[in-house]
Design a protein. Structure first.
Length: 281
């Protein structure tokens, strides 16, 4: 198989889908012009707005969202695959007013072929005084997803999922050769953990890790880390941005590296059942 040329978009999503689509268009054009066959965008590509009253006015069904519609058109026009790292859309539960933080895979005909709702929501109190309660506005998903593509299985995750290695292991064992980690990491956690965790997940799974990120100071007051990365199945960083400004990161992926890494260390085949330890209280 020929190497796969990918482009990862690092963006700074504005607070409305209209502005977010305008922000993404030149970055997508650069990715297409650069020969990418698969383009990935970050978490919250359609808008970043943490204020609940404003978010409620913006939120749309997936089919009505302007960024989802716009990226479907880009994929169809260019004949390429696009992963919307995530879009904030209405969940499928009419009784739950919270959004779904949804990763959406679009094929080269502009058709949505897979979707995944973020499983793990970010509810934390950080040491420097920042507080996050993603669960107040986001309904967690219930199912893991490996999407078929022309280049192999693509495991879908979003941001905080990165801290749950059991999810990544399950994706790899289900056939994921590539795993996407679109994110909007905070600056404190990004500086401390972003690259280390991404490299660890690549080593553990023997898969390529593709991590497009939000970066910089956003209209709603959040600050994100950036530093978009691609890590190979042996844990080496093969492409990276060293800043938090909007941009495009290209990488050439030799998918045979997945087979070589898993043959060298076949840990995915070596699970053993065990009795859990007794909890110490």
């Amino acid at each position: 198989m020929d190497p796969l040329r990918v482009a990862l978009i690092q963006s700074r999503s504005p607070a409305t889908p209209q502005a977010a689509l305008a922000h993404l268009r030149p970055l997508l054009a650069d990715a297409v012009a650069g020969g990418a066959r698969l383009i990935l965008t970050p978490e919250a590509s359609n808008f970043m707005e943490k204020r609940a009253d404003r978010k409620a006015l913006i939120l749309e069904d997936q089919a009505e969202d302007l960024v989802v519609q716009g990226l479907c058109q880009v994929a169809a026009d260019a004949g390429i695959w696009v992963l919307i790292g995530s879009a904030m859309v209405r969940s499928d539960d009419p009784a739950d007013p919270r959004a779904a933080n949804r990763s959406i895979l679009i094929n080269d005909r502009g058709e949505i072929v897979s979707a995944y709702d973020k499983l793990h929501v970010f509810d934390v109190d950080l040491p420097k005084g920042e507080h996050y309660r993603e669960s107040t506005g986001v309904r967690p998903g219930e199912s893991a997803v490996v999407a078929p593509t022309p280049w192999g299985g693509l495991g879908l995750t979003v941001c905080y999922d990165l801290r749950f290695p059991q999810l990544f292991r399950a994706l790899a064992q289900a056939g994921a050769d590539l795993i996407s980690v679109p994110a909007a990491f905070t600056r404190p956690t990004g500086e401390a953990h972003w690259e280390t965790l991404l490299r660890a997940r690549a080593i553990e799974t023997g898969a390529f890790i593709l991590a497009p990120a939000q970066g910089g100071s956003h209209e709603d007051g959040r600050a994100t880390w950036g530093r978009t990365l691609v890590v190979d199945p042996w844990g080496a960083v093969v492409a990276a941005l060293d800043h938090d400004e909007p941009g495009v990161l290209f990488a050439q992926l030799d998918l045979s590296a997945v087979t070589r890494a898993r043959a060298a260390i076949p840990a995915l085949k070596h699970d053993r059942a065990f009795a859990p330890p007794e909890a110490i209280r």
